[in-house]
Design a protein around this ligand. Structure first.
Ligand code: SF4
Ligand code: SF4
Length: 494
């Protein structure tokens, strides 16, 4: 007897946010520009100040905005709403241009269609941040922004399917991973409409050099109606990342550009509200792939490592490595990042998976399935670690950009009013809550996976993963209890 096909996981639909009057403008043809234009202006200001302004980190927009304020805002936005940064990302403008000009004909190499390159670019960004002291150099930060534009444009012009966003961009990868916690997701309102939709415009778009007409025979509640859908030069682009909304089960890879919403001729795609992090607890929401599973582990460990690199024990470690003969800072930091951000966490995850299989006597399950099943449970703790770190920098000088803008405009910067910092106790409390909340959330997810997969042997299967989560939380707590360098804000406080 043939086994019934597994039902597709779908988000539980509470409501479509884009139906709310204040958000309706986002659905319009150029709705995304509402966010992109202000961000382009901000980026131009950063570049101008970075290249021509004072090369003093706490007084320059190019360092304060991306390294202090942006990161604090982005983690909050990911948790409360979704991937808003990618939605307004100015780096995607070249992608739209390239697609309109029908450039990008090559396919991204198959061997690179995974998250390995994204993991490497994340590691590279954090390594460069440490090694080049990017937080202290407005000029280098400005060059980094330029490099971002160039890289995204070149890749989008050369290849179809937006490989820069999907497979390379470290900022996008961070947002993709942690938007899996958010309470929103792109999805379809009525799957039955999609079943009979002819053009699948949400994916294919309705943009075509020559006008053609598709006839859709849409069946709703046993009634079939025909509608004409015109494709032509005035048409809309479909999903630039080759995602198909009726089959979307996750926020991973979705830039929230809303092209699919605009393209669907049946108004069937929405920004749906769902319970926080729902996909993390859903079987089948993610592909069981090594690159995705290990990315979650790498991201959480990079959170610890990035914070650790700003504390005295990290300087002691580098001094100790120098005494051992590793005097090149490049090599010493390279060893630290490759070991601490890549090899050790990957090894720990493989060990946890192997122990879990052995303790639960699961003979028919592969190590890949095991690691992939528990990987989503690392996301909340990883997010808690990043939140604790970024909120520390953000809350030290939440509005310091105001006096910098005043000085940028030739006025006297009112540092007394706007350069304030929040009490240490409050910042510490936010950090502890973020870590504790992330840990408990992760534990409950891991327990759910163990119960669902192993039933009576759930405790044995859970033990190694619980130990891994505990170890990560403990390390993070140790790091955050150290005095941390106040990068990009020390001037105004001292
Ligand atoms: S979302 Fe819209 S365009 Fe896409 S398959 Fe469904 S009805 Fe068709
Ligand atoms: S599914 Fe594709 S088109 Fe739709 S919002 Fe996500 S990235 Fe954009």
């Amino acid at each position: 007897m043939r086994r019934a096909a597994k039902p597709l996981y779908r988000p539980s639909i509470v409501c479509d946010l884009l139906a709310l009057p204040p958000l309706k403008p986002l659905r319009r043809r150029y709705g995304r520009l509402i966010l992109q234009i202000p961000l382009v202006i901000v980026v131009l200001l950063l570049l101008w100040d970075g290249f021509t302004g004072p090369q003093i980190a706490p007084q320059n927009l190019a360092t304060v905005v991306p390294w202090v304020q942006y990161r604090g805002v982005v983690v909050l936005a990911l948790l409360l709403t979704g991937n808003l940064f990618c939605m307004g990302c100015p780096f995607t403008l070249p992608r739209t241009l390239a697609k309109r000009l029908s450039l990008g004909r090559w396919r991204w190499p198959r061997v690179l269609r995974n998250k390995w390159l994204a993991s490497a670019s994340l590691l590279g960004l954090f390594f460069a941040y440490e090694y080049l002291d990017l937080w202290a150099s407005p000029l280098l930060t400005a060059w980094l922004i330029v490099a971002y534009f160039v890289a995204s444009f070149v890749l989008e012009v050369a290849f179809a399917g937006s490989p820069f966003c999907k497979y390379v961009c470290p900022l996008g990868t961070f947002n993709f991973v942690y938007s899996t916690l958010s309470p929103t997701q792109i999805g379809v309102k009525q799957p039955t409409i999609c079943a009979t939709c002819t053009g699948k415009e949400c994916l294919n778009g309705s943009y075509a050099p020559q006008i053609s007409v598709h006839i859709d025979q849409i069946t709703i509640q046993n009634q079939t109606r025909a509608s004409e859908v015109k494709h032509g030069p005035q048409g809309t682009l479909g999903c630039g990342l080759d995602l198909f909304p009726p089959q979307l089960t996750s926020n991973l890879d979705c830039t929230l550009c809303l092209d699919c919403v605009r393209a669907c001729p049946h108004d069937n795609v929405g920004l749906l509200v769902r319970p926080w992090g729902r996909e993390l607890g859903q079987q089948g929401a993610w592909h069981a792939r090594w690159d995705i599973a290990l990315l979650m582990v790498i991201m959480a460990s990079l959170g610890v490592l990035n914070a650790f690199a700003m504390t005295p024990p990290a300087y002691d470690l580098l001094a100790w490595l120098a005494e051992l003969g590793l005097r090149s800072e490049f090599l010493a930091l390279g060893v630290l990042f490759v070991l601490g951000g890549l090899l050790l966490p990957m090894g720990a995850a493989l060990l946890a998976g192997a122990l879990s299989l052995r303790l639960s006597h699961a003979k028919k399950r592969s190590l890949r399935q095991e690691v992939a099943a528990f990987a989503p449970s690392l996301v909340p703790l990883g997010f808690g670690i990043w939140f604790a770190h970024y909120s520390f920098h953000f809350l030290i000088a939440p509005l310091s950009f105001v006096p910098i803008v005043q000085e940028f405009l030739g006025q006297r910067g009112d540092w007394t009013t706007w350069g304030f910092t929040l009490p240490d106790e409050l910042i510490g409390l936010v950090q502890v809550l973020a870590l504790a909340g992330g840990f408990l959330w992760s534990m409950s997810l891991a327990q759910r996976v163990a119960l669902r997969t192993y039933g009576r042997r759930a405790t044995q299967a859970l033990l190694p993963w619980a130990a891994l989560l505990l170890l990560l939380a403990f390390l993070a707590l140790q790091v955050f209890s150290q005095p941390m360098e106040m990068r990009g804000t020390e001037f105004m406080l001292g």
